[in-house]
Design a protein around this ligand. Structure first.
Ligand SMILES: [Zn+2]
Ligand SMILES: [Zn+2]
Length: 191
């Protein structure tokens, strides 16, 4: 495995597991701890991850509140941000699933991962696996048409029962938003 592949693998694990110890990484990747330290150094310098007492964790989770959305440039301070990680390990912050999905559509071939938060549980989930609820009668005060992300179909449907809207899979949601935006840039939100 190349260093870049190891870094990508680490980021994948961190997305799923939150934090990892150096020992754990070295065991999983079958490399020495020295190598792990060398691998993570650039990630720390680029502020993609931070060192904790027990190991490392993703940096962007902790500083989401201070970043502007890559797509609509609005300060992202809602609790449903989306992160896109590209193959060259750039991390983009998007204010909400609306922007996340549109941004993904623009740069699809560069995207390694697209991560969002489950609307009810606030857990980190892969957007490609998520269920998206559009048009629900519940205002997030972010971009329109509004999109909420759910980890499970059951939760999406339960929420839909209460607040209406339509449930879509990843690709369907992208196409639906794109269609409604009718080629317009931005989110219908004030910049
Ligand atoms: Zn946005
Ligand atoms: Zn937004």
């Amino acid at each position: 495995m190349l260093p870049i592949e190891r870094r990508e693998q680490m980021l994948t694990w961190l997305e799923k597991e939150g934090t990892l110890s150096i020992t754990e990484i070295s065991n999983r990747l079958h490399v020495s701890e020295m190598t792990v330290y060398r691998d993570i150094k650039p990630l720390i310098e680029e502020k993609k991850i931070i060192k904790t007492s027990g190991g490392i964790c993703l940096a962007q989770v902790t500083n989401v509140s201070s970043t502007a959305c890559t797509y609509c440039f609005k300060e992202s301070n809602n609790r449903h941000p989306v992160q896109i990680i590209t193959h060259d390990l750039r991390v983009e912050q998007l204010c909400c699933p609306h922007c996340g999905l549109l941004r993904y559509r623009d740069i699809e071939k560069d995207v390694s991962q697209i991560i969002c938060r489950d609307f009810l549980q606030n857990t980190t989930i892969s957007s490609k696996m998520a269920y998206f609820l559009m048009d629900a009668d519940f205002n997030l005060h972010c971009c329109q048409p509004q999109v909420l992300a759910f980890d499970s179909l059951k939760h999406a449907e339960q929420f839909q029962k209460g607040f209406g809207g339509i449930v879509l899979r990843f690709n369907e949601a992208i196409e639906e938003i794109h269609k409604r935006m009718n080629g317009q840039m931005g989110c219908g939100c004030k910049r």
